[in-house]
Design a protein around this ligand. Sequence first.
Ligand code: HEC
Length: 273
Amino acid sequence: MKHAVTLALFTTLSLSVWAGPEEDRTAFVQFFEKRFPSIALEEHVNGAYALDEDKRKQWEALESGFPPYEDAVFDGEALWDESFANGASYSDCFGDSPAVKQHYPLWDAERGGVVTLELAINNCRESNGEKLLDYTDYAMVALSAYVAFESRGEPIAIEVPDQAALAAYEEGKAFYYQRRGQLNFACSSCHLEMAGNKLRSERLSAALGHVTHWPTYRSKWDEVGPLHKRFMECNDQVKAKAFELQSEEYRNLEYFLSYMSNGLPLNGPTTRK
Ligand code: HEC
């Protein structure tokens, strides 16, 4: 019976998904189910606040009322609705609904690379003769905050459609498990092996759900910022080389990490300490 179910699942999935990533994801999810048996998988979208009750209370206070990412969502909507000089707009690239975040990052066979939402926004601008936005630019953060907000509740749906995509996924995976920096930590050292433990005053969050809520307002940054900025910070933390926002390394890393969170509901933007 169990065999029959597995077989049926495999037949449906194998059309669009390679066995490797799906096996990785199952193992990833099971690791956290076993480690945190009393925490529902979906709760991990709240990061460290799923694991620390005191910190969760402070966070809930910050989220209620007028959360600090609200302006970015509002400004992002206005930017999204503006027409380009040629009369086209973002909806000509993304479709009528801005609720598309669940499909990013995606594999672009034509370009031969992983395309994140931010890169897709710039690709859209480029194909309409508009100037590219810098990835630290407020307009870019606001546009992605608006798309994140509109996509809330959508389950992450990342696909690895072919062999070239699989190669990018494998690069991202290798990055995740590779020890680096003077402290010789991998991403997985802190967010898998030590997830739930305290590191100085911080509770280490689970890797599962790490991609669901970006861009995010961070008190330490005093602004809304993108996921790759957090990657840079985590690299810096162990005195390892940080890569640039939207570098190939970080796009592949985001691809792998997003696949691991497939099925979890999007909940961005949000706030973190
Ligand atoms: C020395 C431990 C350490 C390492 C290694 C590390 N991080 Fe982190 N990371 C932290 C701490 C501490 C935080 C803040 C508390 C938390 O949310 O876990 C954090 C937060 C994060 C967050 C934000 C979580 C959220 O809920 O918003 C992401 C995403 C993240 N790390 C990804 C990575 C990635 C990817 C790597 C590898 C490039 C990495 N981290 C390596 C310690 C680490």
